[in-house]
Design a protein around this ligand. Sequence first.
Ligand SMILES: [Zn+2]
Length: 168
Amino acid sequence: MDRLWAPWRSKYIESFSNENPNEKKECLFCEKANSTDDEKNLILLRGEHCYIIMNLFPYNSGHIMVVPYKHTSNFPDLSNDEMLDIMKLIKKGISALEIALKPHGFNIGANLGRVSGAGVAEHLHFHIVPRWNGDTNFMPVISETKVISELLSDTYRKIKDALSRVQD
Ligand SMILES: [Zn+2]
């Protein structure tokens, strides 16, 4: 389990927090939620209480996240409506990934707190990572290449299209 979850670590923080340590940074997930350019931000779907976004530093192709609009790091802060909406979007995300990418399995979950490996520890988010037989062999390779950023927009369109075909 350790190895499976460890890659979801602080790349977001590393890439956003080095410029001026005195300047208070806005939370990445709040910033994305408040923005209007969903395609540029790779936001796939907006629900009532949460949204689906691609992971910029995917652990695997099609790695998406379900993020509540509420800014909290504390899981018990979520209301029943928010929890239900998170589960609904996780379900939709899985269905869309099955259509778009035909994975053999999924890892689904959250890292709560920096010590657990959370990259953005101050704002809860839930990972959905498609898995394929044998994918552990090539993942470290693709995550280090620049090609991934081009692939991300392709994958974005594929998943977005699949999402529009998923029933509620
Ligand atoms: Zn936030």
